[in-house]
Design a protein around this ligand. Sequence first.
Ligand code: LRH
Ligand code: MN
Length: 426
Amino acid sequence: MEKLNLNPEAPEPGRVDRHLHALDYVRNELGNDEKKFESIIRNVQTLQVAIPSWALGTGGTRFGRFPGGGEPRNLEEKIEDIALLSELSRATQSISLHIPWDIPKDTTAIRQKLGHYGLFIDSVNSNTFQDQEGQLHSYKFGSLCHLDNDVRKQAIAHNLEVIEYGKALGTSSLTIWLSDGSNFPGQHHFRKVYEKTLDSLKFIYQALPEDGSLLLEYKPYEPNFYSMVIPDWGTSYTLCQACGKKANVLVDLGHHLPNTNIEQIVSRLLHLGRLGGFHFNGSQYGDDDLTTGVVKPFQLFLIFLELVFGKAEGLDNPKVAYMIDASHNTKDPLEDLLDSLENIRTAYAKALLVDREKLVQAQEKNDVVEAEKILRNAFLTDVRPLVTEARIRAGGFWDPLGTFRGQDIRKKLISIRGEKSLATGL
Ligand code: LRH
Ligand code: MN
């Protein structure tokens, strides 16, 4: 099966003039600093965000799931959908895989298909938060933290298997999120389950390839609602430190208690040299997995500001992995992912606008009004022309969402895959 072909599209009449006019406005906002103008466009072009293989179908909640039809029925069709997103947006070239939701039947064929579309696997995710058919030991009471040796051994073996799939598919990055935790006081001995988890992680860490990386994700609650073994960045950080320098903290934006200052956590992890990567998504309350930047665009801007300043201060090791982790209950999955890619690049472009010198001067004078104004001006600047220019220069479409709808992509996918096709994943 081949990816659907997109018909090239010329911009509608007057679109180019409007675009050039809008670019002039931004150039003017930058005091006609051509060097800065061009560097922002180049940086936005290089920002590539991985697409989660588990978010190409319609997600659901325990209350219901409303599939929209034409969902990818296997890994091959998921790769085709991501190739479509890449062709439209030029903002993604890679896929995060989840095992066993996306076990490749023929790794060579999958690598060829990825190569054919210029895509690659950026990380493989293990899954010890669900019991698989025929599994010997249940993860009901945990996996890597389990007090029963056999359960831990089974969970460790699964992660080693996932590392092998990664190697066969060309990635040496393993992402671990543990649902391990407790629902009631007294259920867990907090230190014991931490120690068991650390022991297990060390086994897995030893199995990583020489150039391997372990991304350790934290989450304050769900599916356990009294305690999680890895509830916050600090716990993930101490476990990573104890494992070794290949282990770094994965920040899922939805994995924070309300009103958490996530940009400060990002700044701290950059400072400590342990920021491994992101799972981008949007949330109003908890792990809502909504479109990135749709609810709190200013927070996303502040997070990218920490990344831009960190880089400017030489804090760019380890290389940060940018990935989306979302679930689409009411939006078309591909339209939602296009929105997230656009919002992520928009937040990055606004952060690149900020005059760091001016801000540092205001900070050193404790001129809090001036400091805040510098950020507000950048955030309120319409950078969409820069994001469009970055996409067009890379051969992307003028209006990815408009093209997706205008060329009836979803209808065509439904005609090929059917109304009832369901993708594996959340
Ligand atoms: C857990 C999580 C984790 C994935 C899963 C799909 O909430 O964010 O990253 O494994 O979602
Ligand atoms: Mn996540």
